[in-house]
Design a protein around this ligand. Structure first.
Ligand code: ZN
Length: 456
């Protein structure tokens, strides 16, 4: 869920490698890169049902009052435009820099300075990463502007800029050695590099997922043991875990001080092995009644016990090998075809990085419906788990879950009826309407029905 807007160009490539550390740790909310709600305290309370309009049929479990609805529809459209526009912009810029032969010029400069391949890489890669980050900056700035304008972000521009700089530094530190490795493997094995590099990335991905909550996430947010800040809630959550028959000790529960930057509600599961944990945003605790927090955390426990991180890792690995093979085929073809125009000699040419990113961006975009479908499937499982987990702990699990979704949706200004194509393509979670509707009608404790994950 944390796919940051910064370094948009690197995302297609890195998303599957580094950011996969955060990707399986999906949060409660659907499209969170563009975050939360209108100013200060959007109602944690469920929004009262409104009269039916063409935008929101009366039968829906998730409705918004007209004033919020108008904002939500505009914002939902803006998010889609930013997402599709961002990809189009990336592709356009990469095509332009190739046409202008900038990658070749940068490579020539590096080659003039040193004959050593590794040193050339150290000269070529950081400027390339900085350039790509700078080019995506207008989108990132506009995105943050919208977040602030709609009251979803309370982060100051200096603080936001600092986060961008940290993100850039992280990209350089992580991507440079990774790309050095990639190009070394391409030089050693021009035909099978995609397979060898994939094998190398597998332990790197697992390592990234492991260190992400310990080293990377604390660079951007403050975390503290939940037990310290909210012992009463921790006790309730332990009850929930116990009721669900899970082994999630309080030492694995953390509070994230999200209110320094955003107004949205969230919780997520992250890490692997010894670093595996449940994180709850402080906004969630401030704005949601305890029963609804239990549902939100129950959903996260679902991710935890249904091994969604491991499944997402396996899925990521599968997608990555296909992407790498496609990159091998397509980059090779493109370089043959446009060799003289782009002045790129071969696949192991540093300048081929631009072609590689171009192909990765295109295929990542085309693969989005597949990866998001997988994610939505996991999220739905977690919704079912969460609702079953709070059974007998709260008076009415259906209403509790539904109210939690209404609070989430109104906080994040989610339109009740997003465009189906946009939903199919971009949504990592089912839409809030779908989730609220499901919750309102899901009661496996009725006679003749059976809970999916819990014994009656
Ligand atoms: Zn989730």
């Amino acid at each position: 869920m944390h796919a940051p807007t910064r370094a948009r160009f690197l995302i297609p490539f890195l998303a599957l490698i580094l950011v996969s550390g955060a990707a399986p740790a999906r949060a409660q909310q659907s499209p969170p890169p563009t975050q939360p709600a209108s100013t200060q305290s959007q109602p944690a309370q469920p929004t009262p049902p409104t009269q039916s309009t063409p935008e929101q049929p009366a039968s829906q479990a998730y409705t918004l009052p007209p004033a919020i609805l108008a904002k939500a529809i505009t914002l939902t459209r803006l998010r889609a435009i930013l997402a599709f526009g961002g990809t189009a912009w990336t592709i356009l810029v990469l095509l332009l820099v190739l046409a202008w032969r900038w990658p070749a010029a940068l490579r020539n400069w590096a080659e003039r300075i040193t004959p050593g391949k590794w040193r050339q890489g150290l000269l070529f890669l950081p400027p390339a990463i900085i350039f790509l980050t700078v080019v995506s900056l207008p989108f990132d700035i506009y995105s943050q502007h919208i977040q602030r304008a709609y009251g979803l972000s309370v982060q100051s521009w200096p603080s936001w800029t600092l986060d961008q700089l940290k993100g850039l530094a992280l990209s350089i530190v992580v991507m440079t050695p990774l790309l050095l490795l990639l190009f070394w493997i391409i030089r050693k094995s021009p035909r099978k590099w995609w397979l060898w590099f994939w094998l190398c990335t597998l332990p790197i991905i697992v390592f990234a997922v492991f260190i992400s909550p310990i080293w990377i996430e604390p660079m951007f947010n403050h975390f503290s043991p939940l037990q310290q800040s909210d012992p009463a809630l921790t006790v309730r959550l332990e009850q929930l875990a116990h009721h669900a028959g899970l082994d999630i000790p309080p030492s694995r529960m953390f509070l994230m001080k999200a209110s320094e930057k955003v107004t949205g509600l969230n919780a997520y599961v992250t890490g692997i092995g010894a670093s595996k944990r449940i994180v709850v945003w402080d906004n969630t605790i401030k704005k949601l009644p305890t029963n609804e927090i239990l549902f939100v955390v129950g959903h996260e426990m679902g991710h935890y016990v249904l091994h969604h991180i491991y499944k997402a890792l396996a899925f990521t690995a599968l997608v990555l090998v296909v992407l790498l093979w496609l990159a091998y085929v397509c980059v090779g073809w493109l370089i043959c075809r446009f060799q003289s125009r782009w002045q790129i000699r071969s696949m192991d040419d540093w300048a081929a990085l631009a072609v590689l990113l171009l192909v990765f961006t295109c295929f990542s975009f085309l693969f989005s419906p597949i990866t998001n479908s997988f994610s939505r499937w996991e999220e739905h499982q977690a919704d079912v788990f969460g609702q079953e987990a709070i059974h007998s702990l709260v008076p009415d699990p259906q209403v509790t879950a539904q109210k939690a979704f209404v609070a989430l949706g109104s906080t994040y200004l989610e339109a009740p009826n997003p465009n189906p194509l946009v939903k199919f393509w971009l949504y990592s979670h089912p839409s809030i309407s779908e989730r609220a509707n499901f919750a309102a009608h899901y009661d496996p404790w009725l006679p003749g029905r059976h809970p999916r994950y819990f014994q009656k």
